[in-house]
Each structure stands twice: as C-alpha cells, then as structure tokens.
Design a protein around this ligand. Structure first.
Ligand SMILES: Cc1cc2nc3c(=O)[nH]c(=O)nc-3n(C[C@H](O)[C@H](O)[C@H](O)COP(=O)(O)OP(=O)(O)OC[C@H]3O[C@@H](n4cnc5c(N)ncnc54)[C@H](O)[C@@H]3O)c2cc1C
Length: 466
C-alpha cells in the first residue's frame, strides 16, 4: 500500500536492554494510513507498537515491550495542524519535533516547554511517557488527543474536536490521561498547551557542597510551598554517588563534592526579582548558597557550560545536553555509541532526613554493583519531586552493562522499599512498576477497559503492564 513500507530493523538501544525481536516496521504518514494499517492488522495476529520518534533513551529507546511487534514509526507524520496564538495551543502530530514546534513559535507570544533531550525528539512521544520539560512536567502540556483505536475508529479527548480544533476543556469526563502511559490507542494528534513568553527570564544557578543536599531541598520546597511568584521549575541535580572502588563513569564536568541548583524563573520583571529575593532568603541557612546567581540567559554565550540550559530557559531546544552526557557528536550515534545509559524515575520526598536516608540506601546499591549514578530532583509540584536517577556505563567494558542493570534493579527495590513509587518506567520494569502501585480493583478496571477497546491486544502489548 502506498505510504507504508517494510524494512529490516536492527534493535538499537543505548540502555542495552535484552533485545526484542521485531516483526517489521510500518511508517504511516497520515491519519488515514494509520487507520488502514490498524484495519489490515485486525484479526491477522499482528501486534502494533507505535512510537513517535523512538528516542526514549534509558527506558528502551524505540524497542517494544514484548517480542514480535510491528513497530509503527510515526516520525513521518509530522504536520503542525493548527496554532492558536490567541489562546496558546498547538495541535500537532506525533512526528513533530521540539525543534520544529519551537521554530514556528519563534517571535510569537508563546514558547514550548522544552526538555533536555535531543531537539529532534517528539513532543507527543515524550508527553505520552509523562516526561519533564524545563518549565513544568509535560503532563500540564497535554490538553487533548486524537487516537485511532484497535477497531480503526478515531476518537478525540479533552476539548480537541474531530476537525482538529481545540476549544479548552469541555463538559463531561476527560479521557485524555487514560492514553498517557497506557496502550488504548495510537495517538495521531495532540493539543499542546504552550507557555506564555514572559517579560523576564532569570536562570537560577548555584553549586553547593554535597552534604547540604537535604537542607537545600527542604529550603527550596519551603520556598515553593510558601508561593513562588514566578513560573518555571527548579531542579536539584548532578548529585553523584560513586562506589569506593572499581571503574565507573559520570558525564564530564560532574564534581562529586558538589551538586547544582538550576532552573528558570519566568514572569514580569517584578515577579522574577521578588522570586529571587524569596529564594535567597529560603536558602539562607544552606552553606554554599551564596554561590547562587540569577543569570540573564540571553547573555550566556556558546562554550559556557550553562549555554544549553540558557537556551532551554528561552524555550529553545538543543542537543548539547545529550551529546555532552553521552559523548557523541550526533544524536544518531546515541543508540550505538560507546556510552550506555539507563534511567530510574521515582517520586522523591524533599525533606532533609528522608533524603539523607534514601541517599545512604542508594549508596549501598552503588557499592554493591561498583557503578556510579547521578540523582536529580525535578521540583514539579509543591508536594514532592520527580526523581531522575541516571546510570552511565561503558558498553564495551566487561560486565559494565550487567552491573548497570543490576544497579537499576536494586535501586528500584531500595526506592520502593522506602516508599518512593516509580512514576515513569522502562520496557523491562513497566509492568511490575505499574502493578505494584495499583490496587487489584483498579487493575481489574484497567483490564476491562483495555479488553473492551482492544479485545485481541493489538496495540502496544505490555506497555505499562496492560
Ligand atoms: C541525556 C538525556 C537527557 C534527557 N532529558 C530528558 C528530559 O529533560 N525530559 C524527559 O522527559 N526525558 C528526557 N530524556 C529521555 C528521552 O530521551 C525523552 O523522554 C524523549 O523525548 C523520549 O523519546 P521520544 O520523544 O522519541 O518518544 P518515543 O520514544 O517516540 O515515545 C515514548 C513511548 O511512548 C509511546 N508512544 C509514543 N508515541 C506514541 C503514539 N503516537 N501513540 C501511542 N503511543 C506512543 C511508546 O510506547 C514509546 O515507546 C533524556 C535522555 C537523555 C539520554
């Protein structure tokens, strides 16, 4: 059929997960081609695994959860269907990249909540896996969806209407979130809520001694709970845990004695100034917080270590972060590069005592598997943080991949044992992570929903356990 192609797929995965066998690749470029593919696959015993750009690095890249799926690569379905500059919504297809949408938004009153991943990653794919952007969790960007169900029908959710216009949340139940971290359909369009481009952007940066991390998190959480007058998300990051012996790997520039506080403050000049003042006051007891600077990101030049973050604070995506971390010159090399990468993503507390306790428990796992890790707290809400634990390893070195996977497994157990549920998972653990945090009755409801819509398990089998 025109527009659909079949090619050989070699499994490529920077995480070094157990390779899955692939039954083929399809590359539909339009809604009608997706529907035709689903209809042809119904009853033919084919399983379809949609990806947007397939750069889910650290969680399985473009690999399906189970064997013998046909990967449905939607990167060629890349139209920006609509842009409403009055209300700040874009309606985009799965292949639309961060770079593509950010470029269209240049010189408009709106910007994209960009992630630190490659500029050519999909906005839709990332949001469907509940990623985190620079300004907020991508959860807040997903306003509505269009999806093809397993019987070939097309549904829209939220306030996205069948003709592709977004109206805002309309009356009645909203099933949008049921498609996020789930496998109810192939998402063919998303209404994305954009960020207002502010009068002023300040980029917070501080480098603080390692032993202050608990106190600093407590202080920043207090600042957020009392009310940050500016928009934007603060991160506590680059906290490295290294084993006492053995070979281990961390990105260049990471200092084991320090961690970083980083993130944008967005708003009017007055709001950003006040936020800076309140943040400084909140951190007054933290030793080393006097290093805190609030930088004008437009003045940061290429070559400065903060250049990538300065671009992102202005809604400009960049590949510099991923390329530096994984030591490649092109993002196309990542899945075949020398550096391996795994991610573990727990919900983390922000209190000092629990933080120190968790870090001590993680250190035990680090020592046991002689592999380093790096912890990041994305302060996505006033309640808790989205943790991002990054594990880097040398792919050619004996046992390095095995030890990294063992560290992720043990880290997962340590975290869950300490009450930190996993909020985003990988192709090896998604089922266990979802099942362990969901009651039997709720799992039963999800199963009934899935069976009603997709009785033959045609779409994304195994994704998040469904
Ligand atoms: C150094 C580094 C930094 C990173 N920084 C960030 C960061 O700041 N924030 C962040 O969130 N992530 C980050 N990542 C992780 C990852 O690279 C991004 O999340 C990336 O956006 C995910 O890949 P993708 O956009 O190509 O999505 P995809 O891989 O296409 O999609 C992810 C999954 O969603 C499902 N899916 C995708 N599209 C569809 C569809 N149309 N219909 C149904 N299901 C679908 C599939 O199961 C797929 O496996 C980082 C990774 C590295 C290595």
């Amino acid at each position: 059929m025109q527009g659909l192609s079949r090619v050989e797929l070699m499994p490529r995965d920077v995480g070094g997960h157990q390779p899955r066998s692939i039954a083929g690749i399809e590359t539909p470029r339009t809604l009608d081609e997706v529907r035709a593919l689903v209809r042809r696959s119904m009853g033919a015993g084919r399983r379809l695994y949609p990806i947007s750009t397939g750069k889910n690095w650290g969680m399985g890249s473009a690999m399906p959860v189970t064997d013998d799926n046909v990967v449905v690569d939607l990167s060629g379905m890349n139209r920006i269907r609509g842009l409403d500059l009055d209300t700040g919504y874009a309606v985009i297809e799965p292949g639309v990249t961060q770079a593509q949408l950010a470029e269209v938004l240049r010189d408009t009153p709106w910007m994209l909540n960009v992630t630190n991943s490659c500029a050519d990653t999909s906005v839709v794919g990332n949001a469907l896996d509940r990623g985190d952007g620079t300004f907020r969790s991508r959860v807040h960007d997903v306003a509505g969806l269009e999806a093809v169900l397993a019987d070939g029908s097309v549904v829209t959710t939220g306030g996205l209407d069948p003709s592709g216009r977004y109206h805002g949340r309309v009356a009645g139940p909203d099933l949008t979130a049921a498609f996020v971290q789930h496998n109810l359909g192939i998402v063919t369009a998303m209404a994305v809520a954009l960020m207002p481009r502010p009068q002023s952007v300040g980029l917070v940066h501080a480098r603080i001694p390692r032993d202050q991390v608990g106190v600093a998190l407590d202080a920043i959480a207090g600042f957020l709970r009392r009310g940050n007058p500016a928009d934007g998300m603060l991160r506590v990051r680059e906290l490295a845990l290294t084993p006492s012996h053995g070979d281990w790997l961390l990105p260049a520039g990471v200092d084991r004695d320090l961690f970083t506080v980083l993130g944008p403050l967005l708003g009017s000049d007055a709001a950003v100034e006040l936020a800076e003042e309140l943040l400084r006051k909140a951190l007054v007891e933290v030793v080393g917080a006097e290093t805190l600077r609030v930088i004008d990101p437009t003045e940061v030049r290429p070559g400065d270590p903060l250049y990538a973050r300065a671009l992102m604070a202005q809604g400009i995506p960049t590949c510099l972060g991923v390329r530096n971390a994984l030591r490649v010159t092109s993002c196309d090399q990542i899945d075949e590069g020398k550096i391996g990468f795994l991610a573990l993503m727990p919900l983390m507390p922000t209190g000092a005592r629990r933080t120190e306790h968790l870090l001590a428990a993680l250190q035990t796992a680090v020592d046991a598997h002689t592999t380093a890790l790096m912890v990041e707290w994305n302060l996505v809400s006033r309640h808790m943080a989205n943790g991002v634990i990054q594990i880097f390893f040398e792919r050619g070195a004996p046992d390095a991949s095995y030890r990294a996977h063992q560290l992720r497994n043990d880290g997962n157990c340590v975290l869950r044992g300490n009450g930190c549920a996993i909020y985003r998972s990988d192709i090896d653990h998604a089922a266990a992570d979802a099942w362990s945090e969901t009651s039997t009755a709720s799992l039963g409801m999800l199963h009934r929903l899935k069976t009603a819509l997709d009785p033959d398990g045609l779409l994304s089998p195994g994704r998040y356990g469904a």
